[in-house]
Design a protein around this ligand. Structure first.
Ligand code: HGY
Ligand code: MN
Ligand code: MN
Length: 428
């Protein structure tokens, strides 16, 4: 059955429906983890998993699974997936495309009467974005054993809520122990969220690695004083010091001949009054680099700068680590299978690094993992203007279908194991 393809209308229709689910009163898509909007999205996805004939399971951290129990007894499942939680004022493809693409691939295989040698599972991991509860990729991090489930459930959100209580409130505090299914391999279909594929006119990205991520929260304490009467030389201005950190980061990474990126995404002042010198500034720093040594060097440079700044401005500075993930190398055999699948569809592909964090980087801790990217228009993401052409979305899902047919034992994986390959567990 070589000409098998996904049902494009079904996939694109579900993407639109899910994209319209859980919008806020301003019409923005802000499906933050364990919120009412997340419940609405989860209910929709669980319904589609049912429609695809899958057994729907939920684990204690709220990860949602659609399980196709097939193949040899006790065979380790092939897992597909991503996330459906979003950032604030998000696009409709980030994460959702991988979950709905996974359901679509399984539904297509089942409708075609194909029988895999192993179970196939599609997952929607909790709190991949980390906007409400840091760190990000929390559901897959717990699933991969990188964070204890009790500790994760006790996380306090930016709104003061407790993750475990919110999951229970929305009805997604499940019974399964995280890690209850040990995957044979993990594949994630995702939009690139960057400009490379579109700029090069290449429809498929075979993602071979993913950069390291460092999230920190910085609190600067100065002295509130009158904006009009206090001479500049007598100020301990937390706002001014914070601004200097932002420009320090920008100048440093802009002048480095490296792919390092630095972002200050959140910032708040106290008392936050127009005529009061800020006594406190709290902001976040997101540093990323594919090379662990360079990432550590950037973290060390920032720490040195904060020490100097504290002395120069007469302020005190405290730093809290929110997340830290080292760069990840994906399984070369899966990457090759993605390239071969693209080629079998007459599609060009290119190997690439993921600039964004993904659940795949956590799943790579417990099984061979890789990602398939499709282009993002203008490289835009984490923005309502996020867009990928329908034909590109369908092409990516068909490449996933092809790789799944191979890895799930409908045809065998290439049996060469290039150096550095993570050996796939034996069949079964
Ligand atoms: O931050 C990230 O890279 C991902 O979108 N959570
Ligand atoms: Mn994502
Ligand atoms: Mn994202």
């Amino acid at each position: 059955m070589t000409g098998l393809g996904i049902d494009a209308d079904r996939l694109l229709g579900r993407l639109r429906t899910l994209g319209g689910t859980g919008r806020d009163d301003k019409g923005r898509l802000s499906r933050l983890a364990a919120s009412d909007a997340d419940r609405a999205g989860r209910d929709a996805v669980a319904g589609w998993m049912h429609d695809a004939g899958l057994e729907v399971l939920v684990d204690r951290i709220g990860n949602l699974f659609g399980v196709w129990r097939a193949g040899a007894e006790g065979a380790a499942p092939l897992m597909l997936g991503s996330h459906i939680d979003t950032v604030i004022d998000a696009g409709i493809y980030d994460g959702c495309y991988g979950v709905l693409g996974g359901i679509e691939v399984i539904q297509t295989l089942r409708d075609a009467g194909l029988k895999p040698e192993r179970p196939i599972v599609v997952s929607a991991f909790t709190n991949e974005e980390g906007v409400r509860y840091a760190p990000d990729m929390r559901g897959s991090l717990v699933y991969a054993g990188g964070l204890g489930v009790e500790e994760a459930l006790a996380a306090i959100g930016t709104d003061g809520t407790v993750l475990g209580e919110e999951l229970a409130r929305i009805g997604y505090a499940g019974p399964q122990e995280p890690g209850f299914l040990r995957p044979h391999a993990y594949l994630e279909l995702h939009i690139e969220q960057g400009p490379v594929l579109e700029r090069e006119g290449v429809p498929i990205g075979a993602v071979e690695n993913l950069q390291g991520i460092s999230w920190q929260r910085v609190t600067i304490d100065g002295v509130a004083n009158h904006a009009g009467t206090t001479p500049m030389s007598m100020r301990h201005d937390a706002g001014q010091a914070a601004a200097r950190v932002v420009t320090f980061l920008r100048d440093r990474v802009s002048h480095a001949n490296a792919p390092t990126v630095a972002t200050v995404g959140c910032m708040g002042f106290e008392p936050n009054a127009i005529n009061v010198i800020p006594s406190r500034a709290v902001f976040t720093v997101d540093l990323r680099d594919p090379h662990e040594g360079r990432l550590q060097a950037e973290e060390a440079a920032l720490a040195r700068y904060l020490d100097e700044l504290s002395a120069a401005e007469g302020v005190t500075i405290a730093v809290e680590r929110l997340a830290r993930f080292t760069p990840v190398i994906f399984d070369p055999r899966l990457v090759e299978a993605i390239e071969a699948a693209a080629k079998s569809h007459g599609l060009r592909s290119r190997r690439m690094t993921s600039g964004a964090g993904h659940d795949a980087q956590m799943m790579a801790r417990i099984c061979p993992a890789a990602m398939i990217f499709v282009p993002s228009a203008g490289g835009v993401s984490h923005n309502p203007r996020e867009h990928t052409e329908a034909a590109e979305l369908v092409a990516g899902a068909n490449v996933l279908l092809k790789v799944v047919r191979e890895v799930a034992g409908l045809t065998a994986l290439p049996n060469k194991a290039p150096a550095g390959a993570v050996s796939l567990p034996s069949q079964g």
